[in-house]
Design a protein around this ligand. Structure first.
Ligand SMILES: C[S@@+](CC[C@H](N)C(=O)[O-])C[C@H]1O[C@@H](n2cnc3c(N)ncnc32)[C@H](O)[C@@H]1O
Length: 332
């Protein structure tokens, strides 16, 4: 019987090559300029912390890492950088539907000597059903699930291509209740600032409208999201039930990032207030003056939420999802 690595290489050999990349799906550009992605999200340098933390999490939960790892939606390589350094298995297939993102990640990951051989492929998660069964020990992704149109089909395809004892691990996914809370607070910003005598600039009004409408769009499930880049919000209990349907058992870590599981084991999440203000700054591009008014005049509302969660983690706005496939029972 062939080893997991031999099985993977035999399959990779069958794939067409396109501009030096393995090709499972046609190239599809991201909705925004790929080169600007890191700047918008305030990423100043690639760090290995997230990939290191993810690998430590796998170890803690006894996930099998003897087979290849697959990363879906690598973007500019934020998670890839550390996974390439720390994944202990034989091979690491790094993928994205966008060739431009793959080129940036190739550059960021570099040519260092790490345990796993690196391979790059153009892959759209909607085509995951084309991957051979029981091929990968680990499927990793960061901030990608909410871009995938058919979440149930995707989870089913992951379960099929995972080896027993392997896991699908996803971080930085938006959670429904935390996001709807942010949207509801967003609805109060204009009346609260106006009551405090702050004159709202036209650009601020426009940005506020975009913010609250965007969250409502993500939350709703009665809309066609086929052409939208960001699509969904998630409920951990629903992902747990969906995983269980396909033989995957969920462990959810509310508001955790992969980096939290690496030294110095310091949670990145500070409070709802900090997350909310950072979201407005980096994702919604609110300027410093607007943020200053929000921070000052919404202080009672923000403090109320932070006070509710003084001694436990919440509200869940994001988090890490670990869905482990049942290992094969050992013969006794
Ligand atoms: C928000 S970015 C995250 C990038 C990177 N993982 C990170 O953490 O910075 C979302 C990524 O998902 C990819 N993506 C979007 N739709 C996808 C799909 N249907 N299948 C696979 N990847 C997808 C995008 O090209 C992009 O790289």
């Amino acid at each position: 019987m062939s080893s997991p690595a031999e099985k993977f290489h035999a399959w990779a050999e069958t794939l067409p090559k396109w501009h030096g990349l393995l090709q499972v799906s046609p190239d599809r550009a991201y909705a925004h300029a790929e080169e600007d992605y890191d700047n918008q999200y305030g990423v100043t340098a690639m760090e290995a912390e997230d990939g290191d933390g993810l690998c430590r999490l796998l170890q803690t939960h006894q996930v099998d890492t003897t087979g290849p790892a697959l990363e879906i939606g690598c973007g500019t390589g934020y998670l890839t950088f550390g996974l390439a350094r720390h994944y202990p298995g034989p091979d690491f297939l790094i993928t994205d539907p966008s060739q431009a993102f793959l080129r940036l990640t190739q550059r960021h990951v570099g040519n260092g000597e790490y345990p796993a051989r690196r391979h790059f492929a153009v892959l759209n998660a909607d085509d995951l059903g084309q991957l051979p069964p029981e091929m990968f020990s680990v499927i990793a992704m960061r901030s990608t699930l909410h871009h995938i149109l058919g979440v149930e089909a995707f989870i089913a395809a992951c379960a099929r291509t995972l080896r027993p004892g392997g896991a699908l691990v996803m971080g930085a996914e938006p959670c429904e209740y935390g996001y709807v809370l942010m949207g509801a607070l967003g609805q109060t910003i204009a009346p609260v600032l106006q009551a405090a005598g702050v004159e709202l600039l036209p650009i601020w009004k426009k940005q506020l409208g975009t913010f609250v409408d965007t969250i409502k769009f993500y939350c709703r499930r009665d809309l066609d999201k086929a052409t939208a880049e960001d699509k969904h919000l998630f409920n951990p209990h629903e992902l747990g039930e969906l995983g269980a349907t396909y033989g995957l058992q969920l462990k959810f870590f509310p508001n955790a990032t992969f980096g939290d599981f690496a030294p110095p084991f310091q949670p990145e999440f500070v409070s709802f207030t900090v997350f909310f203000l950072n979201y407005l700054k980096y994702c919604m591009l609110f300027d410093a003056e607007f943020l200053k008014h929000i921070q000052r005049h919404l202080k009672p509302q923000l403090k109320y939420i932070d006070d509710c969660y003084r001694s436990h983690v919440g509200p869940a706005i994001t988090g890490v999802f670990l869905l482990k496939k049942t290992p094969v029972a050992s013969a006794s």
